[in-house]
Design a protein. Structure first.
Length: 190
């Protein structure tokens, strides 16, 4: 009984982990390109050194602030990515949706979400084998979505993967191991 409670807790924890920062859609180098280069801001005519230093310091501060805002703006949680891919789309469905390079990566994330709901549902009926299979599918979907994000140039650098991705992956591995443990103890009891 204790093991099934642990399994349910891990599955419920997945829904909380989906709220954490999951992926940043722009790399650090892309974000830095969005902000002005310091040499472009400094005037070319002879201005006093003190005013040049003030302008340079103000520009550096503004640039750092813009970079931090851009990092926050382009960082999405798991739920945010699903919302970005499916909820905010137009209601008309045409073939252009399927030609979008990020569609299939976002579809994998939606399948992970649906699979996690089924895992929670099956945990109440003690269908441990199905939970184990769905957990393995979740890992495959998660890895596949990251490969597809990389191929569509959304994911340029592994620094763009945030703590939510790693914790969801780790939690899913724990769910699988817990399901294996429960299945093993059930076989010993029989």
């Amino acid at each position: 009984m204790k093991n099934i409670f642990t399994l349910r807790t891990l599955i419920l924890l997945s829904f909380l982990l989906f709220c954490l920062p999951f992926l940043r859609t722009c790399s650090n180098s892309s974000i830095e390109k969005l902000n002005p280069v310091i040499s472009d801001v400094l005037p070319q005519n002879n201005v006093s050194k003190a005013s040049n230093e003030k302008l340079l310091q103000k520009t550096l501060d503004d640039r750092k602030e813009n970079i931090e805002e851009s990092k926050k703006k382009f960082t999405y949680s798991f739920y945010g990515l699903i919302d970005l891919g499916f909820v905010n789309k137009d209601t008309k469905l045409d073939s252009s949706v399927f030609s979008d390079q990020s569609f299939y990566a976002l579809l994998n994330l939606l399948l992970i979400f649906i699979s996690t709901i089924f895992m929670l549902f099956f945990s109440f009926f003690k269908r441990v084998r199905l939970i184990k299979i769905l957990g393995i599918l979740n890992i495959l979907f998660l890895i596949t979505s990251m490969i597809l994000f990389y191929n569509s140039d959304i994911l340029e650098d592994f620094n763009q993967l945030k703590v939510g991705f790693y914790l969801v992956l780790f939690n899913t591995v724990l769910i699988i191991f817990s399901a294996f443990k429960i299945e093993k103890t059930q076989k010993l009891i029989k």
